[in-house]
Write a protein that binds this ligand. Structure first.
Ligand code: SF4
Length: 333
């Protein structure tokens, strides 16, 4: 597969009176053409900040301090605002958690869609209205809804309108940041199915962000797991489910009930994510890790890239193989 997005050692900080919050630390991953790549982790782990960094939506006090983001080989971090405007919608769209964050509540759906279309395409108003009707039909909404205000639609319909808007200029990549979190599970299911149908039909790539690991495992080709601003593991979905390597990923998987098989006690992950102004020395997960060794409290693990994916943990050697069995891996916290 061809590489569409390359994120390389991206660093984002929030400047605060108490110090610098390192929200994204040396995050590197790629998304292939037509791939659905997921970023998962607890609230505050840096997944949305990563998405905002890629899509140039960071506002002060957040800022990119270093790193590179390339879309179709073009560096995005150094583009001027007007250069980036040429890419927004046509190559990269973003769908945010609540549809009301994407839609202007006092402007009719039609005018918002037409605005986005005409900003990038040479069309008459009549053609843009026709195209808007087509976009709504893609998400199973009747064309007469074009004349509605966002508040006149249900939450599910609004999110469908936002998906239609994201597709307006047939982008290569759609970033979906918790797109269904505010919706009930039945509506969520409908939106996800519709998104997957459209992705198959048009072949765009998706960066899907959620804290909902089971949902992630249902729809993504590969999954990246973030903890305390770092990407600690990347694997193909089916491998992650069976053979997750990082202790944090293993803990996340044990935190969700299975709908099939025997009932088992949910273990969860003890403790809390660290304060990112003053994170622990060494591996930032060590205060919560059942396999922490003396080494983990001093040295930060480097990310190992191997044929299985990426893992950043001292339990794994250069080839990504476990250096010693988990049951005997040093002292337990
Ligand atoms: Fe646990 Fe050490 Fe691996 Fe961190 S580096 S996840 S503390 S074993």
């Amino acid at each position: 597969m061809e590489s569409l997005l390359q994120v390389d050692k991206l660093n984002v900080v929030y400047d605060s009176p108490k110090g610098q919050v390192k929200a994204v630390k040396d995050v590197s991953f790629t998304i292939q053409k037509g791939e659905i790549f997921g970023l998962v982790g607890e609230s505050g782990c840096g997944k949305s900040t990563t998405a905002f960094g890629i899509s140039r939506l960071l506002r002060p006090p957040a800022r990119i301090t270093s790193g590179s983001v390339k879309l179709k080989g073009r560096e995005l971090t150094t583009l001027t605002d007007s250069e980036f405007d040429g890419i927004r919608w046509s190559q990269l769209s973003i769908i945010l958690q609540s549809a009301m964050n994407n839609l202007n509540p006092v402007i009719k759906i039609q005018d918002q869609l037409i605005d986005a279309i005409l900003a990038h395409k040479k069309m008459t108003i009549k053609e843009a209205i026709k195209h808007s009707e087509f976009l709504l039909s893609l998400v199973d909404i009747q064309p007469d809804r074009l004349r509605s205000f966002p508040h006149e639609l249900s939450g599910g319909m609004r999110q469908r309108v936002v998906i239609a808007m994201a597709l307006a200029l047939n982008p290569d990549l759609i970033i979906m940041d918790e797109p269904t979190t505010a919706l009930d599970v039945v509506v969520q299911n409908g939106i996800i199915k519709k998104t997957l149908d459209l992705q198959k039909k048009f072949g765009f790539s998706i960066l899907f962000i959620t804290h909902d690991l089971p949902l992630m495992l249902e729809i993504c080709d590969r999954v990246g797991v973030m903890y305390a601003g770092e990407l600690v593991e990347v694997m193909r979905r089916e491998d992650l489910l069976q053979n997750a390597r990082h202790p944090y990923t293993q803990g996340l998987l044990r935190s969700f009930p299975s709908l099939q098989g025997e009932k088992t006690r949910l273990e969860g992950i003890p403790g809390h994510p660290p304060n990112l102004i003053n994170p622990p020395k060494g591996c930032s997960f060590h205060p919560r890790c059942p396999h922490a060794m003396a080494l983990c409290r001093v040295h930060e693990p480097s990310a190992i890239h191997d044929r299985k994916g990426i893992v950043a943990c001292h339990l794994y050697g250069e080839e990504g193989e476990m250096s010693e069995p988990l049951s005997t891996a040093g002292e337990i916290n």
